[in-house]
Design a protein around this ligand. Structure first.
Ligand SMILES: [Zn+2]
Length: 365
């Protein structure tokens, strides 16, 4: 069990939750939840990249129930209104986000969000909306999972020949290739991706991604409810690995396309992959210059009104392997679980919470 899981299980009990709801500085700060896909899947037969599945529909329902009970869920538009009016953000503010624009956001997440009347933002990769072309990570996973080759050497990635016999070998190969793609210049990874099906002798029919991504009709339908849309670029490149001209195109065109389709101003952007090393100051500057108000990264953390960079807002991740306790503790005590050393001024509250928690309550499911 990870240190985070252990801490989460200690902190997630009804006494601590009561203490948290009652007040304290722990409630300060905006949490931005980061989801990708919401989907039930069979690990042995899932054809694409399961690493982007954040929760099953049942888990998502439970998570939104908890969020509704404990937080004030707002949208980026609400945040912007608040700032324009010079108001303080609400205590316990939370924004729900989804990256990429998978169709399960519409079929599985949207009904739950509607049921709880929770707003959310979906960051769209506009070049894939209404299209059947797979995202690059799904294409890599598909090729590796479907190749009949027993081993393969990719000299540019590793000096070792990769075994492709067992499912665990294949997972390792997918992980290695995706990690490599994130580090090399875009031109190099594009060429590699183009040749991958042939290299692995895998057929990739054009309609392979049918039903995987949202359509513009679905986007429009959700936009009439409480779903906001943001940009996640046109092709989902690693922004730090592309030219300045392409960077500008990816940021400007994605915004323009969504605004044309919806007839609404787009306020927010999510950097693809989103770790600090994967976007740069130029991307932040372009986002600001081209009318975005906010941009989210994939760094983990909470956003404090007094000290935040609107073009590098961290988020709280959601992963299928997280227990219910870790999901809850990440949200209630992100200052602790996501790295307490970054919020030394909260050390006292942390000690209080731990003392309270050690006072005999058992953890609930
Ligand atoms: Zn993404």
């Amino acid at each position: 069990m990870s240190k985070r899981e252990i801490a989460a299980r200690i902190l997630d009990n009804s006494l601590v939750r009561g203490f948290w709801r009652a007040g304290g500085r722990f409630r300060k700060g905006l949490r931005i939840l980061a989801y990708h896909r919401v989907l039930d899947y069979a690990p042995t037969s899932f054809p694409f990249d399961e690493a982007v599945i954040s929760a099953s529909p049942d888990e998502f329902y439970q998570q939104m129930k908890f969020v509704k009970q404990h937080f004030e869920v707002i949208s980026f538009a609400d945040l912007y209104e608040c700032e324009k009016a010079g108001r303080q953000w609400p205590n316990r503010a939370l924004i729900v986000t989804f990256d990429d624009g998978y169709r399960d956001n519409y079929t599985n997440a949207f009904p739950v969000l509607n049921a709880f009347n929770i707003p959310a933002t979906i960051f769209l990769v506009t070049g894939h909306i209404g299209q059947t072309k797979l995202f690059w990570w799904d294409a890599v996973a598909y090729c590796i999972k479907h190749t009949k080759l027993l081993a393969k050497n990719f000299p540019q990635i590793s000096s070792q020949t990769l075994s492709l016999v067992k499912a665990s070998d294949k997972q390792f190969a997918i992980h290695l290739i995706l990690g490599w793609i994130k580090h090399v210049p875009d031109k190099v990874s594009r060429k590699f991706l183009e040749r991958l099906p042939d290299e692995l002798k895998v057929e990739m029919p054009d309609d392979l991604g049918a039903g995987v991504h949202l359509s513009w009709d679905e986007v429009r339908e959700m936009s009439k409810q409480k779903i906001e849309f943001g940009s996640h670029t046109v092709t989902h490149p690693i922004l730090a690995n592309i030219s300045e001209a392409q960077l500008e195109r990816e940021i400007v065109e994605s915004k323009k396309t969504i605004e044309q389709e919806l007839g609404k101003e787009i306020l927010s952007l999510a950097y693809p992959v989103g770790r600090k090393s994967k976007f740069n100051q130029l991307a932040q500057k372009l986002a600001a210059n081209h009318g975005f108000r906010y941009a989210v990264s994939y760094e983990e953390g909470v956003v404090f009104q007094k000290e935040f960079d609107p073009f590098a807002m961290p988020r709280v991740h959601v992963e299928t392997e997280y227990s219910k306790s870790l999901f809850r503790a990440n949200l209630m005590f992100p200052h602790l679980i996501l790295g307490g050393e970054r919020w030394p001024h909260l050390a006292l509250e942390y000690q209080e919470a731990m003392k309270l928690s050690a006072s005999g309550m058992t953890q609930e499911s």
